[in-house]
Design a protein around this ligand. Structure first.
Ligand SMILES: *[C@@H]1O[C@H](CO)[C@@H](O)[C@H](O)[C@H]1NC(C)=O
Ligand SMILES: *[C@@H]1O[C@H](CO)[C@@H](O)[C@H](O)[C@H]1NC(C)=O
Ligand SMILES: *[C@@H]1O[C@H](CO)[C@@H](O)[C@H](O)[C@H]1NC(C)=O
Ligand SMILES: *[C@@H]1O[C@H](CO)[C@@H](O)[C@H](O)[C@H]1NC(C)=O
Ligand SMILES: *[C@@H]1O[C@H](CO)[C@@H](O)[C@H](O)[C@H]1NC(C)=O
Ligand SMILES: [Cu+2]
Length: 203
């Protein structure tokens, strides 16, 4: 129902008939995860993030700097859901939807709450063999290699003795802002955000 109204409001979808909406659960079961953690999406597909617990964000980053805001060439930031706090016992959940415009451009996201990113709370759209989700997540965890206490995920996997991230991305970063559309939002014309309510989800 909500999906229909969101699509109807999107101007860029055009005549494409085969779009898929990919649902990504944020913080399901109280975990610091996006589920699934990576998706393959076609141009025109939408991705709906449903915030189910705690107080997370979905924030665009880059493969090379997993836990930092992406900055576009024009100086604007990448897309960001903002903090979505979920009260205990909630029965309604915020949903934030973006549209993938370019399936050839991988997109990278993290949660910018506290140290969630360093605990591996990252997400990818259309990762590749060369730029894999696992390498991205390892680099994210490595950013927290000096703060090892209390991580439910343990110390960063694959960390090297020198402390430099062994999974450090090797190729240059690209700014993929054109690869994404979000409904309504920041000053940049290509950044449009859509928030909606999802009701009655079973936790
Ligand atoms: C949440 O818990 C349910 C029940 O144990 C399980 O089926 C589901 O896969 C879990 N979801 C995530 C994202 O961990
Ligand atoms: C990241 O971007 C958000 C807004 O999208 C901003 O509030 C926050 O301060 C930024 N963080 C850094 C470290 O620049
Ligand atoms: C959510 O987290 C942000 C950043 O830590 C904080 O500023 C905000 O107050 C939190 N919201 C709630 C309702 O706790
Ligand atoms: C899509 O992304 C790829 C990889 O970043 C880029 O080479 C290509 O120019 C982009 N296409 C469009 C239409 O922006
Ligand atoms: C991690 O610790 C090393 C050694 O103390 C230090 O050189 C480095 O700057 C620290 N990195 C961060 C991100 O705090
Ligand atoms: Cu988080």
């Amino acid at each position: 129902m909500r999906f229909t109204s969101i699509l109807a409001a999107l101007p860029f979808i055009g005549a494409a008939l085969a779009q898929t909406n990919h649902v990504v659960l944020v913080g399901a079961n109280g975990t610091l995860t996006y589920s699934p953690s990576e998706i393959t999406a076609a141009a025109g597909d939408t991705v709906s993030f449903q915030f189910l617990s705690k107080n997370h964000t979905v924030t665009q980053s880059t493969f090379t700097s997993p836990c930092s805001n992406m900055t576009n060439p024009d100086g604007s930031l990448g897309v960001d859901s903002g903090f979505q706090a979920v009260p205990a016992g909630a029965t309604q959940f915020q949903q934030w939807t973006i549209t993938v415009n370019n399936a050839s451009a991988p997109m990278w996201f993290y949660c910018r709450q506290a140290n969630h990113c360093a605990q591996g709370m990252v997400f990818a759209i259309n990762p590749t063999a060369a730029k894999s989700f696992d390498a991205f997540q390892s680099a994210a965890k490595a950013t927290g290699s000096n703060t090892t206490s209390g991580s439910p995920y343990g110390s960063p996997s694959g960390s090297s003795p020198s402390g430099s991230p062994s999974a450090s991305p090797s190729s240059g970063s690209t700014t993929d802002s054109s690869a994404i559309t979000v409904k309504a939002g920041s000053a940049a014309g290509l950044v449009l955000a859509s928030m909606g309510l999802v009701m009655g989800l079973v936790m």
